[in-house]
Design a protein around this ligand. Sequence first.
Ligand SMILES: [Fe+2]
Length: 382
Amino acid sequence: MRITKFAIPEILFGRGSMAHVGACAAALGGETVFLVSDPGLAQAGWLDVVRGHLAQAGLTCVEFLQVQPNPRDCQVHAGAALYRESGADVIVAVGGGSPMDTAKGIGILVSNGGNIAEYEGANRVTHPLPPMLFMPTTAGSGSDLSQFAIITDVQRKLKMSLISRSLIPNISIIDPDFLQSAGRGLLVDSCIDALAHAVESFISTAASPFTETQARLALRLWNEHAERGCFAGEPAALEGLCLASAAASMSFSNASLGVGHALAHAFGGRFDMPHGGMHAILLPVVLRFNASHSPAKTAEILGLLFPDHSFAGPAAVEQGIALLYERFSTLGAPVRLGAVLPPQAKEQLPELCQAAVKDACMLTNPRPAGAEQLLEICQEAW
Ligand SMILES: [Fe+2]
């Protein structure tokens, strides 16, 4: 077996675990917290809860709450400027992938300087970041456990993948109660992202026994809890989805992803689309594209998602892909590119694929692919 590594933060998991945020931030040496979040979480009342726990531990708070979905480079720069003025000594991010990725970008700039675009790609961060504690409020992005940050370069209209061991926070507090206030659309969008993380990292060329174990767990839990979590909001199912997302994140953070995420980053940067929804469109086609290069794993993935069927052989894979489309449609997710993009976007596909081919996620896709193959995937998904 080749040498592998597996890195994750300290994890607190379970309903009510958010109450420990103050003690955990203090244990990281923090006295002044730099709180990163978004207006939706403030409105839902969650930030008041977090502020209360921080105050109880004797911590003061400086807040940066202007984070938008698909976080922009300019927001990261504004946040870093505020952090430098604030005298903060620990970063706490509360939210989905956007506040957490913004917090990582701020951490990079305050300890490494320069422009965030300088850190695009793998292993470009040289100096350690300030202590970071993340509290995910969706079950999908996995940014609270991962080495990835995805930031939109506004001028180039693309999403940059920043990958570094330094981007793993010190502590992740995963409290499924946060999901109680998430709407169905957000639950569906984020849990399909988690599924894509499990699938793409499972077939990644960098997968190892450590990551494969987590990916299998994620697929099994996703199958058990997706519908009951998204439609009924059952606390046990939401907890299962949080666990699925965490397992998928442990897998992708260490094994990376593939063509689906490379394309989703290109589309998200150009059209400002919700990230998770892109995978309902791309994942079935991505599975078909890679099936010839990872036949056993493709059959295993489909078997974990549809345990009543067997999926050996190309015809059975096609049947599994049809079932996957059906399942995404039942969850209410659009499954064709043409349903979410204007007709004129079709002309931009070749250019988008040229951008996607440079994404770091391309490096670990099991089947080698260039811009031409990515274009075929997009046309098939249209
Ligand atoms: Fe993702």
